[in-house]
Ligand binder design. Structure first.
Ligand code: SF4
Length: 205
């Protein structure tokens, strides 16, 4: 991502009260998180290939944080309980499906826990996004979310909506539909709540 594009993105998010930080690598984001998230707080994790690549859940647990990550659940009931606890955590760390240069954060969810936590719940939210997910506009972002993230997320989670076979979204009404909740963050009132970390690596989908 060139400097001019990043500066434009940062300025547009600043106008929407959201601070953006730029990192050269996921390792740098990892250090930032470990230095910024307090030891004594509870941390919710939004499921994300980017966060898994950073191994952030285990690193936070090892140093003493209480972490709510549904990936630690042994069964569906436990997963649901963890998602609820994550909503009441002090911090929430998540990936995102797309961010736009004009200043929006776009996510789709199967059960809605991640978009709920990003929207309201934890007092501090950090969203980590690779440059591969930066697009110019909301229209492009939604297209990306539906046609790239949708099919790949469905496949990863073991669901089989039509996009898995077709490799594109057909706006299905399948029982296997994975994108039940579409969220667009357009700004925030508290400039210290959501922080966006853009990392100069291809991360997740
Ligand atoms: S609406 Fe259906 S077809 Fe489209 S991305 Fe979501 S699950 Fe796939």
């Amino acid at each position: 991502m060139n400097t001019e594009r990043f500066n434009k993105l940062k300025e547009n998010f600043k106008n929407r009260n959201i601070d953006v930080k730029y990192f050269d690598s996921l390792d740098d984001v990892k250090l930032y998180l470990l230095n910024t998230v307090p030891l004594e707080c509870k941390v919710g994790i939004g499921h994300s290939g980017t966060l898994q690549k950073m191994n952030i859940t285990n690193l936070l647990i090892q140093r003493g944080n209480v972490v709510y990550d549904k990936e630690l659940a042994k069964n569906k009931d436990e997963s649901k309980a963890i998602k609820k606890e994550a909503l009441l955590s002090d911090w929430y760390i998540s990936g995102s499906n797309a961010v736009t240069v004009d200043g929006r954060i776009i996510n789709v969810d199967h059960s809605g826990n991640r978009v709920a936590a990003i929207t309201f719940g934890p007092d501090k939210v950090v969203i980590v996004v690779g440059v591969n997910k930066v697009v110019d506009t909301v229209e492009e972002g939604v297209k990306r979310v539906k046609n790239i993230a949708g099919p790949l997320n469905a496949k990863r989670a073991g669901y089989n909506p039509p996009c898995v076979e077709l490799n594109k979204c057909v706006d299905c009404s399948s029982k296997e539909r994975v994108c039940n909740y579409l969220s667009i963050v357009e700004g925030q009132t508290d400039c210290n709540r959501i922080k966006l970390c853009i990392v100069n690596e291809e991360c997740g989908f």
